[in-house]
Write a protein that binds this ligand. Structure first.
Ligand code: ARG
Length: 403
């Protein structure tokens, strides 16, 4: 009988490199290593692939999922102005379902029964992986060697040295970092003392906003809530995010320092940098202000928040998230036009809007002569609109509860 197979989400780092042999020893299975490129940059992914094979994987491959990530994960997040606790643009939360999708695909291709990831038992990512994996492949098992097979850091270093694995064991980054094209998350180390300010070395996507270069003016064109061009140049979603990362990053936009509520009940200190995401969300929100009808816009704020919570909580493939997507998409029909922003000194400030599908009516809004708003109607409107408040105030008066 042939051996069982495990597909491992492989990053190229120490833990997942050791996990290849470790899973083999602990479970008797063959390991297929899958690295998913979501624009994390850093090492050449072919080098990572070779390392996986060098560490004993029977197969290893790299999936270039950058355009897919930008188009099918970051763009829906932008349409929903996706921010957890109003501040975190869901960087890691967005990539996990996509990575999961590719893991399940690999499991099918290579006839694996189990999918493995390198998360610990304390974070959100383990939940996101496993809930996503079993949402797409309900028959698959999940294992997490660091959490379930006692692969601690000391064990990992010892194992790598003993087996002369082609991986560095001496360099230890003081932080736990996860990054992709939508942003970068930095945690642990001295940041765990929530009084400690982040130091310069924490940041990589952004320059110090205290010493910005000259202001940078940018025009972003949207079609149905999705950015399609920058300064008149048509670009793909991935290219737009990359260009905005570069330009907003140079101005130190999108640095976030927050204590957030993890799904597993822990409050944790996180530093994020998401220059492109933060600038794009600011532009998108303003275009919505001009184009989305008032009641729809008010209700959408609640939907946006719920959407972000679901995605944060690992429910990307859930029925409710799908229903909310349908609502969000419907609201984006008229979100077309161009937003002009000035990027400078850590801030992306909108200075102009242009749209032919907006609801802003100059002639209604103007205080100049010739406006089309009939002010005589306001009197009657307020009379009736204020009637319930007036009636109940009179009743309070009668019962001695007046102001
Ligand atoms: N706390 C963030 C989240 O749950 C970031 C997690 C990043 N993961 C990491 N290994 N640093 O989305």
């Amino acid at each position: 009988m042939s051996k069982d197979r495990v597909v491992l989400a492989y990053s190229g780092g120490l833990d997942t490199s050791v996990a290849i042999g470790w899973i083999g020893e602990q479970t008797g299975s063959e390991v297929i290593a899958v690295a998913v490129d979501v624009g994390q940059g850093g090492e050449d992914l072919q080098v990572i692939r070779q390392r996986a094979l060098g560490c004993g994987a029977v197969e290893a491959y790299v999936a270039d999922a950058r355009e897919e990530f930008a188009t099918e994960y970051c763009m829906p997040a932008l349409k929903a102005n996706g921010m957890y606790q109003k501040r975190y643009p869901l960087v890691s939360a967005l990539s996990r379902p996509l990575i999961s999708k590719h893991l399940v695909k690999a499991a099918r291709e290579f006839d694996a029964t189990t999918v493995a990831h390198g998360c610990t038992g304390k974070g959100n990512d383990q939940v996101r992986f496993e809930v996503s994996i079993t949402s797409i492949g309900p028959d698959l098992n999940c294992i997490a060697p660091v959490r379930d097979l006692a692969l601690t850091r000391d064990v990992a270093i010892e194992y790598a040295n003993k087996h002369s694995l082609p991986i560095e064991t001496t360099k230890h980054n003081p932080f736990s970092i996860d990054q992709n094209v939508w942003g970068r998350a930095i945690e642990t180390g001295f940041l765990e003392d929530i009084w400690n300010a982040p130091t310069k070395d924490v940041y990589n996507y952004t320059d110090d906003p205290t010493y910005p270069p000259l202001p940078d003016e940018v025009e972003i064109e949207f079609k149905q809530g999705v950015p399609v061009a920058i300064d008149g140049r048509p670009l793909s979603p991935l290219q737009i995010i990359q260009e905005m990362n570069r330009r907003a990053g140079a101005q130190g936009i999108g640095r976030i320092d927050i204590v957030e509520d993890r799904l597993v009940g822990i409050k944790s200190r996180e530093i994020y940098e998401a220059p492109g995401a933060i600038a794009l969300i600011a532009a998108h929100e303003e275009l919505e202000n001009v184009t989305v009808e008032r009641e729809q816009a008010r209700f959408k704020k609640t939907v946006d928040q719920r959407w972000a919570e679901l995605v944060y909580d690992g429910q990307w493939f859930s029925p409710l998230k799908k229903s909310l997507d349908a609502f969000v998409d419907d609201t984006q029909y008229y979100v077309n036009g161009t937003i002009r922003m000035t990027l400078h000194g850590g801030r992306a400030v909108v200075t102009g809007r242009k749209t032919d599908s907006g609801l802003y009516d100059f002639n209604l809004a103007t205080y100049e002569t010739g406006d089309t708003f009939d002010q005589s109607h306001s009197r009657g409107f307020i009379e009736i609109y204020g009637l319930p408040a007036k009636m109940s105030a009179a009743r309070d008066e009668r019962f001695g509860r007046g102001l």
